[in-house]
Design a protein around this ligand. Structure first.
Ligand code: CUA
Length: 336
């Protein structure tokens, strides 16, 4: 009996030390969403149970090494035990209750992260190899960065143009896959609680540049968010070519298309407009507004010779007519 009491004391002391240590160490990034509160709470409870199990198992083990070690002069083997029914029932039933209790807590937390606010903002997040696009469908524009109002729920509809991606902002805690195909949209609700800049990462291995499939997330005051919406939807200001250059930058076109004529993944835009290009089927085409429009909206329709092994994501499908016009103006300005 004295052995059990000693191990119990060791277990309690180590559970308290390890649990307290874990509880106070910053192993998680900053918490920045309402949905994350229940997840962190669940995580803490798990950490305490893990601290207890670790302390108990290693406590029994290390104590036994010391207390029941072979003493000098001892040559016999230890006593032999054959079964212990009450102990076996206990170590089956107690973990079963603990696991069921955590399943109950988990189901509650899951329901909490899905709790719907009828006034939520709607945004569609589209994953493509290897970028994100955010369609603000209620307002009729798309953005390469995700801007969200603070303390308001946003309902993100997730979809993909090619393979499975996964939308994950660690500070929001919640995560959801973006699946290709019709009627395969998945929902994710986020209510940011902290102003600031975050990064959405792709959390599903999706090809060569998976690790770099990032996009900025900016959480703003509601009034700033609404001003930004107005700016996006209002009358365009300035020069179409300059706006086009900005769009190209925002949507990452230059990752594949250089603007100085240097070789890249896709054809350079330098000197492109007005040039006669040979296509992969041997025909030729003069690069004009019509051809550029088709190439942006439906990249697979007519591919320039030598580039038929490269897949261009149909990112342009999310641009408004004005944005397309400005982008083509910009490409034209780099022409011959
Ligand atoms: Cu998209 Cu990994």
């Amino acid at each position: 009996m004295k052995h059990f009491v000693r191990v119990a004391i060791i277990t309690v002391v180590f559970t308290a030390l390890i649990g307290y240590g874990l509880d106070n160490s910053a192993y998680m990034p900053q918490l920045a969403s309402v949905q994350g509160v229940v997840i962190d709470d669940l995580f803490r409870k798990h950490m305490w149970v893990i601290s207890f199990l670790f302390s108990m198992i290693t406590g029994f083990m290390v104590y036994s090494f010391v207390a029941f070690r072979q003493k000098p002069g001892e040559t016999k083997s230890g006593d032999h035990f054959e079964g212990n029914t009450p102990l076996e029932i206990a170590w089956t039933v107690i973990p079963l209750i603990v696991v069921l209790y955590f399943a109950y807590l988990g189901a509650g937390a899951l329901a909490e992260t899905r709790r719907a606010d009828p006034n939520a903002y709607n945004i569609t997040a589209v994953g493509s190899q290897w970028s994100w696009r955010f369609d603000y469908e209620d307002y009729g524009f798309s953005s390469a960065e995700l801007r969200l109002p603070v303390d308001r729920q946003t309902l993100l509809m997730l979809t993909s143009t090619d393979v499975i991606h996964s939308f994950w902002v660690p500070e929001f805690r919640v995560k959801q896959d973006a699946l290709p195909g019709e009627n395969m949209e998945r929902e994710l609700r986020v209510t940011p609680t902290e102003l600031g800049s975050y990064v959405v990462r792709c959390a599903e291995l999706c090809g060569l540049e998976h690790a770099y499939m990032l996009a900025d997330v900016i959480v703003m005051e509601v009034s700033d968010f609404e001003a930004w919406i107005d700016e996006q939807t209002g009358e365009p200001t300035g020069d179409a070519t300059e706006r086009g250059a900005e769009i190209a930058q925002q949507f990452g076109c230059q990752a594949c298309h250089s603007i100085d004529g240097s070789e890249s993944i896709g054809p350079s835009w330098f000197g492109l407009y007005g040039r006669t290009e040979t296509l992969s089927d041997g025909s030729t085409v003069v690069v004009d507004d019509e051809y550029l429009m088709e190439s942006i909206l439906n990249p697979q329709a007519a591919i320039v010779e030598g580039y038929d092994k490269v897949f261009m994501p149909p990112t342009g499908a999310g641009l408004t007519d004005e944005q397309l016009h400005d982008l083509i103006e910009f490409i034209e300005s780099l022409g011959e």
